[in-house]
Design a protein around this ligand. Structure first.
Ligand SMILES: C[S@@+](CC[C@H](N)C(=O)[O-])C[C@H]1O[C@@H](n2cnc3c(N)ncnc32)[C@H](O)[C@@H]1O
Ligand code: SF4
Ligand code: SF4
Length: 348
């Protein structure tokens, strides 16, 4: 019964995304959830969405959601969700992370985990029930790693690689639920030429997928610059010429007029909530009580502030903070390691 409900909800969300109401309201519960369970972070990536929006955000007193509050909120939405991404800050630092993962994975919801991997090596036993994990590696060597993560200890780069290696070994042993391990790199003009090395590193580590994400500038990015078509043209020809990669690859989206769209999936199919129950309109904008709070209204994904942002999209008036965000660009090159071919495909 539950699965039928989910299937119907999924179909309805897809239909309504194509036929949005002019008011910006949605008349379904979004099927994806991103839960920011802690405000802690052990890195200070200069490009980080949240640091862009509030420079000293991670220097304030940390707040974690309690396990009971997590459960209360998750249980409310779970019957209609297809997947949840557990995130922070750095979710691995949550004191009850194991309990949270155990709980979510005991329900029929796909559980993915987004981490910077700094504490991965010592945390593996807590993570084995996950279905998918993405480690934001962001660099191919220790020197650029510390710069990208805003930390000082270069040895952490090797520890992170060791953690990924161990996770891959465990996954390949088929003794755990984990089915997808990916690594990601935020790509800007400063490191676009390193894409071939990033793919090679992914192959060496034995991960399933290498995610190359275009850096988003929400208005105050200082550390690098987003990539346009011409920047990608320089590296893409040689990469697309090969079809024998051992990993699946998601190439970065280029910001270009032809690739632009007046739509953002995140605004229509995802619930974004934090450790205080505060909402945000999408996975890139910081959570804030002004977007609604679970304890005031669990349907705050229809709060006036969130509806207003959806309305701007519907009326083709793109908010400034969205202009250089990859979610607003349609297609990217994707390599499928099983089919051994490249396709240029529309993605969210
Ligand atoms: C905000 S982080 C939180 C989870 C975890 N701390 C991490 O770094 O993986 C979530 C994802 O957003 C990515 N990210 C952060 N800032 C970005 C930006 N300006 N453009 C593109 N991706 C960004 C990170 O690399 C990471 O993959
Ligand atoms: S590790 Fe993640 S949350 Fe922390 S600063 Fe970097 S991108 Fe932001
Ligand atoms: S395009 Fe705008 S609304 Fe969509 S994810 Fe990016 S910042 Fe958020």
């Amino acid at each position: 019964m539950m699965d039928l409900k989910k299937a119907f909800n999924y179909w309805f969300v897809e239909f309504m995304k194509k036929h949005p109401l002019p008011t910006g309201s949605i008349i379904y519960q979004p099927i994806l959830m991103r839960f920011v369970i802690t405000s802690r972070c052990n890195a200070r990536c200069p490009h980080c969405y949240f640091i862009q929006q509030k420079e000293d955000f991670y220097d304030s007193e940390p707040v974690d959601i309690s396990f009971n509050d997590f459960k209360k909120i998750f249980d409310y939405y779970a019957p209609k969700l297809t997947s949840i991404t557990i995130e922070g800050g750095e979710a691995m630092l949550h004191p009850d992370i194991e309990k949270i993962i155990d709980y979510v994975t005991s329900v029929k919801v796909v559980c993915r985990f987004q981490t910077n991997g700094i504490a991965l090596l010592q945390s593996i036993p807590k993570l084995v029930k996950l279905h998918g994990i993405n480690v934001s590696l962001d660099a191919v060597e220790p020197e650029s790693y510390v710069a990208k993560k805003g930390i000082s200890n270069k040895r952490i780069f090797y520890k992170c690689l060791e953690g990924i290696n161990k996770m891959v070994e465990l996954k390949n042993s088929n003794k755990i639920a984990l089915r997808e391990i990916s690594i990601s790199f935020v790509v800007g003009k400063d490191n676009v030429h390193e894409i071939p090395k990033m793919i090679k590193l992914g192959e060496r580590l034995g991960v399933d997928t290498v995610n190359l994400q275009s850096v988003a500038d929400l208005g105050s990015l200082k550390s690098t610059t987003p990539i346009f078509k011409t920047d990608l043209n320089e590296v893409i020809k040689d990469i697309l010429a090969r079809e024998d990669y051992k990993v699946s690859i998601n190439m970065p989206k280029e910001f270009s007029k032809e690739n632009e769209r007046f739509f953002c999936n995140s605004l229509f199919n995802q619930i974004n909530l934090d450790y205080k129950g505060d909402f945000s309109p999408c996975c890139h904008v910081m959570t804030d009580a002004k977007y609604g709070n679970f304890y005031d209204s669990p349907e705050s994904y229809n709060s006036p502030a969130i509806k207003q942002i959806r309305k701007s999209f519907i009326q083709k008036r793109i908010p400034d903070f969205c202009k250089l965000c990859s979610r607003r660009y349609r297609c990217r090159w994707k390599f499928d390691r099983h089919a051994k071919k490249w396709i240029y495909k529309e993605t969210s």
